[in-house]
Design a binder for this molecule. Structure first.
Ligand SMILES: [Zn+2]
Length: 238
């Protein structure tokens, strides 16, 4: 990823324009420097890719102009940065929808720092290919498990004697070997294994969802998949 500025939200139009111009100048320098280094005989990783990061906050015209500028630089991939920084989900979806069409379709598009499973489904629908986010790990450490029947809070007393796995439809190593009651006990006892089990299950959940998304896109049934998954995610966990 080229170095960029992730401007605060909200920011004034003037601040945003200056910031985006600076981000573009940094990207140009970055591309030049990478080319120079890769031309050396002792280049450490000459095949390393370079992604540019689109910025512009919630000013769609600045976003679009910036997307056009970095697109001309013919980079390996493009990221949308500066989202999920305090704006509403609806605003974020609007910006993705308006910006992605100005990025090349044959290069990967990466939405930085997003998000919930629902955020991911909405962004994929708008043309995003990949993501990174702390949620599965951070929420897991706080006792929140993502399941195919809604999100569950393992701190809740009702799981104290619950012998079932976190998610009965999950075949991750955690769900095959440990019960809700046991993991809850580990969390309560502040035993590190509890955190590891929660994070393992949540990452498995996210990875599985991404596999399902790719599969649904290939089969041409992403819309049906998204609808079904959204219903599952919104269930009240029992
Ligand atoms: Zn699991």
């Amino acid at each position: 990823m080229a170095f960029d500025e992730c401007p605060p939200h909200p920011a004034t139009r003037k601040y945003m324009q200056d910031s985006v111009d600076r981000t573009t100048r940094w990207l140009e320098r970055c591309k030049r420097e990478m080319k120079r280094l890769n031309g050396r005989e002792d280049a450490i990783n000459p095949k390393q890719m370079l992604f540019g990061i689109n910025q512009g906050g919630t000013f769609e015209d600045i976003r679009i102009e910036h997307a056009k500028r970095i697109r001309e630089m013919d980079l390996d991939g493009y990221a949308l940065g500066g989202l999920a920084v305090g704006e509403s989900h609806e605003e974020m979806y609007r910006i993705i929808e308006e910006t992605v069409p100005y990025l090349p379709e044959d290069k990967p598009t990466y939405l930085m720092g997003v998000g919930t499973p629902m955020n991911i489904l909405e962004a994929v629908e708008r043309g995003v290919d990949f993501f990174d986010c702390v949620y599965p790990a951070r929420n897991g450490r706080h006792g929140h498990a993502y399941t195919n029947h809604g999100k569950m809070n393992l701190q809740n007393a009702r799981y104290e004697l619950d012998d079932r796995p976190l998610d009965e439809t999950c075949d991750c190593p955690v769900c095959r070997h440990y019960s809700r009651a046991y993991i809850r006990h580990l969390l309560k006892a502040r035993e590190m294994l509890g955190l590891r089990l929660m994070v393992t299950h949540n990452l498995y959940f996210y990875n599985t969802m991404m596999e399902e998304i790719r599969d649904a896109i290939e089969k041409g049934c992403f819309q049906e998949y998204k609808k079904k998954k959204a219903e599952q995610l919104e269930e009240d966990h029992k």
